[in-house]
Design a protein around this ligand. Structure first.
Ligand SMILES: *[C@@H]1O[C@H](CO)[C@@H](O)[C@H](O)[C@H]1NC(C)=O
Ligand SMILES: *[C@@H]1O[C@H](CO)[C@@H](O)[C@H](O)[C@H]1NC(C)=O
Ligand SMILES: *[C@@H]1O[C@H](CO)[C@@H](O)[C@H](O)[C@H]1NC(C)=O
Ligand SMILES: *[C@@H]1O[C@H](CO)[C@@H](O)[C@H](O)[C@H]1NC(C)=O
Length: 398
């Protein structure tokens, strides 16, 4: 018996060893082959078995105090957070005359926009970003702001800037800094949002960052955030959205998300949420703000930069099935019932807002039969492979 057991044990050991060896071979030999599957196997192995991302602190945190950096805002390293404001509204979260309750901001909503996206901004103001609607109909004190840089084309800049100033005169909701508004400056835009939030609106209970081609189902979002806040643990250490775990850096040079090895030599990024739309709690805003002061911001994918900042501060993203990543949610009342964000909208924002928030539409699907029907519909829409999915199949069963 004893001998037998030992033999099995030995066999198992051998098996494990071979598996390990094969895995190592795969990782080493296929280093150059930037194959999708290999990349993911490698990044998941890295994320779940090998690494705790301890290298982030030593590689991204800049600790050396420059002799001249007396104040925290001097530009000794040429850091991104030194851009100055071209348009600002420091009072945006302050009180309206005589109305104290207006100071108590529930949600600070930052939309990442670009100078020329006037139409998108207008659609948001008229629909899910309508502050007075959210206040009068849903009782929520929300502040909407758009984060912008300068128009990237120097020849058009002054014309576009004049239009922006005009727009801001009417709506008073643009926050602009003097960096070039380009894909590779998105990290600067992220830093703008956290610095503004920390400096001018630290009292806001929640902070949300979203793209300007996103649809946000505000009634559902506010209901969810209120539930969180009234829950036992309250809303602390919250970072919620569509989570990417163990995502591998893209090494194809042609890709928009290409990251060279010198910028990030490791196999996977720390976990992060899709930048299309996510929410953090007040304490996390302060933590990320402090992280941005000492973190090397040369990683130009803003979501990844956020992941690095959060990881070094011990903040972890949590998944919500109805925050979308890349895709657009299917149009159906059974989806509207739960949806929080959906990506890739432009002309349809207005109709979507009207149908998705019309209480008479979803009320047709209540009760046992209604639930059964809706689950079936959601399975059809979210779980079958030939649909372009937004939410995971699991969302069908909530
Ligand atoms: C990184 O440093 C922060 C403090 O700056 C610390 O709280 C955190 O635990 C460190 N993380 C790792 C992975 O060592
Ligand atoms: C915003 O909401 C208010 C209050 O419900 C409403 O009167 C106003 O028409 C809305 N604005 C737009 C542009 O729809
Ligand atoms: C970011 O903005 C700065 C300031 O306008 C500019 O010098 C730089 O070229 C921009 N970077 C990219 C990658 O567009
Ligand atoms: C930030 O990282 C980049 C790329 O790794 C490096 O070239 C640069 O020197 C770093 N900046 C600081 C201030 O450490």
């Amino acid at each position: 018996m004893f001998v037998n057991f030992r033999r099995i044990h030995k066999c198992k050991c051998l098996q494990l060893l071979t598996t390990g060896l094969v895995l190592c071979m795969v990782m080493v030999c296929w280093e150059e082959a930037d194959h999708h599957v290999v990349r993911h196997i490698r990044s998941y192995t890295y994320r779940y078995l090998i690494n705790r991302y301890e290298f982030l602190n030593s590689s991204f945190i800049i600790t050396s105090k420059h002799p001249h950096s007396k104040s925290s805002s001097t530009n000794v390293f040429g850091w991104l957070w030194d851009y100055s404001y071209l348009i600002n509204h420091p009072q945006k979260c302050g009180g309206r005359d005589g109305d104290k309750s207006w100071d108590d901001v529930f949600l600070l909503l930052f939309v990442k926009s670009s100078p020329e996206n006037f139409e998108q901004r207008q659609a948001i103001r008229d629909t899910w970003g309508n502050e007075s609607f959210l206040w009068s109909e849903l009782g929520a004190n929300v502040r909407l702001l758009f984060a912008l840089g300068m128009h990237p084309d120097v020849r058009q800049r002054s014309r576009v800037q004049a239009a922006l100033l005009q727009e801001d005169k009417v709506y008073g909701d643009l926050i602009q800094q003097n960096f070039e508004d380009s894909f590779h400056n998105l990290t600067a835009k992220l830093i703008l949002q956290y610095h503004w939030g920390h400096n001018y609106c630290p009292q806001a209970h929640f902070f949300m960052s979203a793209d300007d081609d996103v649809f946000i189902h505000m009634p559902n979002l506010l209901k969810y955030l209120r539930q969180l806040e009234s829950g036992q643990s309250g809303a602390k250490d919250l970072w919620v959205g569509h989570v990417y775990r163990g995502a591998p850096p893209v090494r194809r040079m042609k890709s928009k998300y290409y990251i060279p090895y010198d910028l990030y030599p490791w196999y996977s990024y720390p976990d992060y949420t899709a930048g299309a739309g996510y929410v953090v709690s007040r304490d996390v805003v302060a933590k990320i703000y402090h992280a941005t002061l000492v973190t090397n911001s040369s990683i130009y994918i803003d979501d990844v930069f956020m992941g690095i900042c959060a990881k070094t501060m011990g903040v972890y993203p949590q998944e919500h099935l109805y925050f979308s990543g890349e895709g657009k949610a299917p149009y159906h009342p059974c989806i509207y019932e739960h949806m929080i964000t959906s990506h890739g909208h432009a002309a349809d924002v207005r109709t979507l807002w009207h149908t998705a928030t019309d209480p008479t539409i979803t009320s047709n699907y209540r009760g046992y039969m209604g639930n059964l029907y809706c689950t079936a519909v959601r399975v059809m829409m979210l779980c079958l492979p030939y649909y372009q999915n937004t939410y995971s199949c699991m969302a069908a069963f909530t």
